[in-house]
Design a protein around this ligand. Structure first.
Ligand SMILES: NC(=O)n1nc(-c2ccco2)nc1N
Length: 324
């Protein structure tokens, strides 16, 4: 007969596994009713033995009480913005500038190509595999502490799914509101005579800036990771694409449209392909982000004063109407 603590730990492990299957792999193995039954079983055990409650338990997503204000967080590694290009020639000029700085470089640079989600950039810090802090990008140097709100987002794991987590790992990504959640939110706001949001990006920003995490929790936000900041106590893969796969393997959601492209032609094909898919992705994007995949080359290229030399956002032409 397993001890009470063993029962609690077993339930937590099972719930984390099913959260990962449902929210990250999109391949649930049990019906929601079964998940809820397990969740309430854990909740009951923890309520009758509160001394066993830990912050990383799946039951601890919603903070106790609302904040009165947000504190500031200084990014140890600045979160920089991206330079833009708006047509093929400008993109090819970007690639040429890279090749001029990498004299030996192979003619076919490999790019990690990603949809550019139109949400809010955030930084999420895990220490020994546990989510300890989350911050908005802010001005790139300093952001707002939104830890309590980020903990309520269902596809963000409170604990990394690995037996030997890094001592410190900063996940960087975009938090966004899918179209369906946006429509439902505005419909309810209209019905209640409250203000509606102009677009999903504003809705996501408003939902993250809530002082009460119980409100954020109702907003159905999602994260897609796109990079790593601080990484201590771990040897990272030496390409950007492999780093994203590694994050995904530990339960961090990564966008499924991301692809490796060798050479300019394949990159431009990716750009047009995503442009075609754009109307039915189910979330807002405003272009693509095309990154030199090899980390050593990224480090060689470094940053211009404010943006990386190794990455460019190739935006779509502005749309007259916005989303939905
Ligand atoms: N917004 C978005 O989807 N982004 N933003 C980056 C980024 C910003 C700085 C370096 O990489 N990458 C992706 N996919």
């Amino acid at each position: 007969q397993p001890s009470l603590q063993q029962q609690i730990e077993e339930l937590r492990k099972t719930l984390r596994h099913h959260e990962y299957l449902y929210h990250v792999l999109d391949t649930p193995e049990i019906p929601d009713s079964e998940y809820d039954r397990l969740f309430h079983q854990l909740k009951a055990l923890e309520n009758s033995h509160p001394e066993f409650i830990t912050a990383d338990s799946p039951t601890q997503r919603v903070g106790a009480k609302p904040l009165t204000s947000f504190s500031q967080i200084k990014h140890e590694i600045p979160m920089l913005s991206l330079d833009n290009v708006f047509n093929d020639d400008e993109f090819m000029a970007f690639v040429k500038r890279i090749q001029d700085r990498l004299p030996f470089s192979t003619e076919n640079l490999t790019f990690c190509c990603e949809p550019k989600l139109d949400g809010l950039a955030v930084s999420i810090l895990y220490e020994n595999g546990k989510l300890v802090r989350a911050a908005t990008r802010g001005d790139g140097q300093t952001g707002e502490d939104i830890t309590a709100n980020v903990r309520t987002i269902r596809n963000i794991p409170l604990q990394l799914l690995t037996d030997n987590p890094p001592a410190r790992l900063e996940v960087r990504g975009e938090i966004f509101m899918p179209h369906q959640a946006f429509e439902n939110l505005n419909e309810m706001a209209l019905a209640k005579g409250e203000k509606t949001f102009a677009n999903p990006r504003n809705a996501a920003a408003g939902s993250l800036r809530q002082l009460d995490p119980k409100v954020t929790r109702q907003r159905h936000l999602m994260l897609n990771a796109y990079g790593i900041g601080i990484a201590e106590g771990v040897l990272l893969p030496d390409t950007h694409y492999d780093r994203l796969q590694w994050l995904h393997s530990m339960g961090i959601p990564v966008n499924k449209e991301i692809e490796l492209c060798g050479g300019i032609e394949q990159v431009l094909k990716f750009y047009r392909n995503i442009q075609e898919k754009r109307p039915h992705l189910g979330y807002d994007i405003d272009g693509t982000v095309l990154k030199v995949n090899d980390i050593a080359l990224q480090e060689k290229l470094g940053f211009i004063s404010k943006a990386p030399r190794w990455a460019i956002a190739y935006k779509f032409p502005a749309q007259e109407e916005l989303t939905v």
